[in-house]
Design a protein around this ligand. Structure first.
Ligand SMILES: [Fe+2]
Length: 152
């Protein structure tokens, strides 16, 4: 087996295990990553007490803000991780690595963020009508998958 095939097999195994919500230390093959440091956690998370979310929970919760709409029905929507002024950090090997945006359960956007100097923030123009439900899913590579919804 050559080196490229070995990397492919490692990547496939990591994806399969991470989908199951298992913490996986990387084998450290990336030049950008120190050996054994990268963890991908794909466990779905929720608030222990929805009435009293902790700072840790708020730090991972997507904050959804609807802004202006244009004449064609597209609404500018701002997504920030986290909520209520608590910002999710971006540190080496700990960052918001993706956002997914759903409108009425239909995936409309999937954005990945590299491990580097970028925070969990994005703006989109989404075609929305009154009553549409937007769900945002944010992945923290260390602390799992967090969601929030907002009705337009
Ligand atoms: Fe985190």
């Amino acid at each position: 087996m050559n080196r490229r095939d070995a990397f492919k097999k490692i990547g496939i195994a990591s994806i399969a295990l991470s989908t199951a919500g298992i913490l996986i230390p990387s084998l450290g093959n990336s030049q950008d990553m120190p050996a054994g440091k990268l963890i991908i956690n794909r466990q779905k998370m929720s608030f222990a007490d929805p009435e009293n979310p902790t700072d840790f929970e708020l730090k991972h919760t997507p904050e959804i803000t609807f802004l202006d709409s244009d004449d064609n029905g597209f609404t500018k929507m701002k997504i920030h991780i986290g909520s209520k002024g608590i910002v999710h950090p971006t540190e080496e090997n700990h960052w918001i690595d993706y956002l997914k945006i759903y409108s009425n359960d239909k995936l409309v956007a999937f954005t990945e963020f590299e491990n580097g100097p970028i925070r969990g923030y994005a703006e989109y123009f989404v075609k929305l009508k009154k009553g549409d439900v937007v769900l945002v899913e944010a992945g923290c590579n260390l602390h799992g998958i967090w969601t929030n919804t907002a009705t337009f």
